[in-house]
Design a protein around this ligand. Structure first.
Ligand code: RB5
Length: 149
């Protein structure tokens, strides 16, 4: 299951991504928003990310105008590693090297074609582990207040 959500700035992109997930038969849960009416992105980020951290969803896809605000909010949820991406290489490598579990996209930044390519590579790329595991563990230690310099 993929958890998906957007504010008004990312709503139209979210709808395009949902169409693509439907075509590919990928199961998702849409946490809103459901129109272009103004809504606060932090509320959406929280609900979507909780679906990941409580085990209901494997990964999150989040859209706002820039992808930035919703990624900042997502990264405050313990256990979330959210990456705001505008290019395919970053969407791939944030899975390979950072084990990102949330992809954040800007509906006012990227077109649907590129966004869908990024979604596909993000969802199909496995974390490489190895030396990258140590670095991800360091991020987790910072989050937990147990990081040792
Ligand atoms: C909403 O106007 C806009 O600020 C929001 O979608 C996002 O871009 C914030 O980072």
């Amino acid at each position: 299951m993929i958890a998906i959500g957007a504010d008004h700035g990312g709503f139209l992109l979210k709808e395009e991504i949902k169409k693509h997930l439907d075509e590919k038969g990928i199961e998702y849960k849409d946490f809103g928003t459901y129109s272009t009416d103004s809504v606060d992105y932090a509320k959406i980020a929280y609900k979507v990310c909780k679906s990941v951290t409580n085990g209901e969803s494997e990964k999150a896809i989040l859209c706002c105008g820039t992808g930035i605000g919703i990624s900042m909010a997502a990264n405050k949820v313990k256990g979330i590693r959210a990456a705001c991406c505008s290019d395919w290489f970053s969407a791939k490598y944030t899975r390979l090297h950072n084990d990102a579990n949330a992809l954040c996209l800007g509906g006012r930044v990227v077109g649907a074609g590129l966004a869908i390519e990024m979604v596909d590579v993000f969802l199909s790329t496995e974390f490489e582990g190895g030396r990258h595991q140590r670095r991800v563990d360091q991020i987790t230690a910072i989050e937990n207040g147990t990081f040792e310099e």
